[in-house]
Design a protein around this ligand. Structure first.
Ligand code: BEZ
Length: 238
């Protein structure tokens, strides 16, 4: 490209901002996003292409875990820049022919968006030309019940996602909202959680001297217990 040519601009949605709106055709009918999902968490994720092996392993895994995500008040919505007939054919092939790691007869019942025009993929910053001009990367957007983007994770084409990590992130986000805490490195439900950092010298002193439920490693780094049962009782709907 010569230096006088105008570079195309790519918008990237950001954490803390409303999820960009769109209407789309999906394998489960038309959707209005994110308004159709108000009141639910939603994970909007892209995959590079139908009929590819990494994506097939991902869809089988996500579809097998869908109930677990739904019980945490979270809906799944997939997207690639393929058309609806390709999506339908691929999902039928997965159900009828593919057996992988003990998963078989897997029906993908969450919507898969057709995005041949790349309108949605471009709006959500899922196209990364350094990686591919024709395929979306593996993007994951966690959107809260008010339609706000709360977490964004990107993986390249060759790297299949860890769906246990996506579930852990979903539960951690909801736990932070519900209990007003933060979660430390590698946190799993049942591990100690981090209480908000002291905002005054008085609170810092109190925390260091107190023998109550908190454990302080230093004045700015205090944790407390939060049982897995307490968390799941609030978050999981069975
Ligand atoms: C895959 O899903 O296997 C894949 C898709 C695009 C590029 C490389 C791998």
């Amino acid at each position: 490209m010569d230096e006088n040519q105008v570079q195309p601009t790519f918008s990237m949605p950001r954490i803390g901002e409303p999820a960009p709106e769109f209407k789309a055709v999906t394998t489960q009918g038309d959707i209005n996003f994110p308004s159709d999902y108000k009141g639910n968490w939603v994970i909007l994720f892209s995959h590079p292409a139908d009929f590819t092996p990494v994506c097939t392993s991902e869809f089988m895994t996500f579809a097998t875990m869908e109930k677990q995500f739904n019980e945490a008040n979270c809906k799944l919505v997939g997207l690639s820049v393929d058309g609806i007939y390709s999506h339908i054919a691929w999902l039928r092939t997965i159900k009828e022919k593919i057996e992988y790691k003990g998963m078989k007869d897997v029906e993908v019942t969450f919507p898969l968006i057709e995005d041949i025009t790349m309108e949605v993929a471009t709006k959500y910053g899922m196209m990364m030309p350094g990686e591919s001009n024709t395929k979306a990367v593996r993007a994951v957007f966690f959107i809260d019940p008010k339609g706000i983007i709360r977490t964004i994770i990107y993986y390249p084409l060759s790297l299949g996602r860890n769906f246990e990590e996506l579930y852990r992130a979903l539960i951690a986000l909801q736990t932070a909202d519900e209990f007003g805490i933060a979660t430390p490195a590698d946190w799993q439900p049942g591990d100690d959680v981090i209480v908000p950092t002291a905002g005054s010298c008085g609170t810092a002193k109190e925390r260091m001297e107190s023998k109550d439920e908190m454990h302080c490693y230093d004045w700015f780094f205090c944790t407390k217990k939060l049982t897995k049962a307490t968390i799941l009782d609030k978050i999981i709907k069975k």
